[in-house]
Design a protein around this ligand. Structure first.
Ligand SMILES: *Cc1c(COP(=O)(O)O)cnc(C)c1O
Length: 367
C-alpha cells in the first residue's frame, strides 16, 4: 500500500501546505521584469523579518540548496587574511570545515565530537588563544544528531572577543529561537524547505546592510556565489544577478506568509508538541534517543535502532505504511535512524506513525 500523502519524517524537504504547492503553478514570468523584482523584494524583506531584523538588515536570496548559501557566506564574508574558527559537533559542522578548506581559507577546527555539546567557554578560550582568528562559524541545530547548540552564547562570546559570527540556521530558523539582533549574530544562513516549510531550491543569507556593503572590499573567491555581487544586484538594481527559480520563489513567498502568520514561537511550540509525543511513544516502545533532553531540538530525533534490525528493513516497512524515515550519517548509520518533526504534519500523523512502528516491531518480535 502506498499512501496518497507520504508523511515526510526526513529533515527536509518537508510536507508543505497545499497553498505552498499550489503557488508553484504561478504564471510564467521573466526575472528582469517589474513583477519579479517586486516578488524578490517582498521575499527578501520577509526573510529579514524571519531572522528578527528590520531596515538595518538585508538578505540575499539564492537559487540553490542550503549548502549554496553556506558556501556563499563562508567564501564571501571572511577577507583574504581572515582566520575562521569552525565549531564542529557533527556532520554539518564538518561540512563547514570542508567548504572553508576547499577554498584555502585559514581555519582552526574546534572539534567536540558528534552529539557532544559545543561549550561556549571552550569557544571563548580558542578565540583568546589564537588572535589570528577573525570569524566563527557554527551550526545552530546539528541535524545529524538532533543537538541544539547554544548559538546565542557562542555568538555572544564571538562579539565580546571582537570577532564576527556566521550561523548555519538551515534546520532551525523558523521554529527554534533565533534572533540576529538580540542574539548578537552577524550572519545567518537559512533555507526555504526546512522549518520555513517552503519548497527546496532557494536559500539565503541575512546580515546588516553595512556589513553587506563592506563585502565589496573583499577579493571574491567564487563567481556565482559571491555575496557582494548578489547583494549589489538584489539591493541596488532590484534584480537577481542570474536566472532564479521563479516557481520556487512563488512558493516561498506563500510559505513565508504562513510562517509569519503562525509566528516563530507558535511554530516552535507545535514542533515541540509533536517531538515530545513522538519521544514519549518511542520510550514506550523501549527505543532510545541519542541526545540528552536539555540539548534536544524540537526539529529532529535521532533514535537507536533495535540491535538486530537493519535500517533498510525498517525504512521499507514504514514506507509501505506511508512514512519516510531517514538514515543516520557516517559512523551512526548502522546504529541510529532519524525522525524529523518539521513541516506540515500533525498529532494524528505522529500517532499513526507510532502505531505503525509498534505493529512492525511486534511483527519482528522486537517489542
Ligand atoms: C540540511 C542542512 C544543510 C544542507 O542543506 P542542503 O539544502 O541539503 O544543501 C546544512 N546544514 C544543516 C544544519 C542542515 O540541516
Amino acid at each position: 500500500m502506498t499512501a496518497d500523502r507520504m508523511v515526510l519524517m526526513n529533515p527536509g524537504p518537508v510536507n508543505t501546505d497545499s497553498a505552498v504547492r499550489a503557488a508553484l503553478a504561478g504564471p510564467d514570468a521573466c526575472h528582469r521584469e517589474a513583477e519579479f523584482s517586486e516578488l524578490q523584494r517582498r521575499v527578501r524583506r520577509k526573510v529579514v523579518q524571519i531572522c528578527g531584523a528590520g531596515d538595518s538588515h538585508a538578505s540575499v536570496v539564492l537559487t540553490g540548496s542550503g549548502t549554496a548559501a553556506l558556501e556563499a557566506a563562508i567564501t564571501s564574508v571572511p577577507p583574504a587574511d581572515a582566520g575562521l574558527l569552525v565549531i564542529d559537533n557533527g556532520h554539518y559542522g564538518r561540512r563547514l570545515l570542508e567548504i572553508a578548506r576547499c577554498y584555502g581559507i585559514r581555519v582552526r577546527h574546534l572539534e567536540f565530537g558528534w552529539g557532544v555539546y559545543a561549550d561556549p567557554a571552550v569557544v571563548k578560550r580558542a578565540l583568546q588563544e589564537d588572535p589570528w582568528l577573525t570569524h566563527t562559524v557554527v551550526v545552530h541545530h546539528e541535524t545529524s544528531t538532533g543537538m541544539l547548540n547554544d548559538v546565542r552564547a557562542i555568538a555572544g562570546v564571538t562579539r565580546e572577543q571582537g570577532r564576527i559570527s556566521i550561523v548555519d540556521a538551515i534546520s532551525s530558523l523558523g521554529a527554534e529561537s533565533l534572533d540576529i539582533i538580540d542574539d548578537d549574530i552577524d550572519w545567518v544562513v537559512g533555507t526555504a524547505n526546512k522549518c520555513l516549510e517552503g519548497m527546496p531550491g532557494i536559500s539565503f543569507v541575512c546580515g546588516a546592510k553595512a556589513a553587506f556593503e563592506d563585502l565589496e572590499q573583499n577579493q571574491a573567491r567564487t563567481y556565482s556565489l559571491d555575496l557582494s555581487r548578489h547583494y549589489k544586484a538584489q539591493e541596488k538594481n532590484g534584480f537577481p544577478a542570474f536566472t532564479p527559480s521563479i516557481p520556487i520563489f512563488y512558493a516561498f513567498d506563500v510559505a513565508l506568509d504562513l510562517a509569519l502568520a503562525e509566528g516563530r514561537a507558535a511554530r516552535g511550540a507545535r514542533y515541540r508538541r509533536l517531538a515530545e509525543r513522538l519521544r514519549e511513544g518511542l520510550g514506550r516502545l523501549g527505543l532510545q534517543v541519542l541526545i540528552d533532553p536539555q540539548h534536544r531540538s524540537v526539529v529532529l530525533t535521532a533514535v537507536r535502532l533495535p540491535a538486530s534490525l537493519a535500517f533498510e528493513e525498517l525504512h521499507r516497512g514504514l514506507k509501505e505504511r506511508g512514512f519516510v524515515i531517514y538514515a543516520a550519517q557516517e559512523h551512526l548509520s548502522g546504529s541510529y535512524f532519524r525522525l524529523s518533526t518539521m513541516g506540515h504534519i500533525d498529532d494524528g500523523d505522529i500517532e499513526r506513525f507510532l502505531a505503525s512502528l509498534e505493529s512492525l516491531l511486534s511483527t519482528w518480535e522486537l517489542v
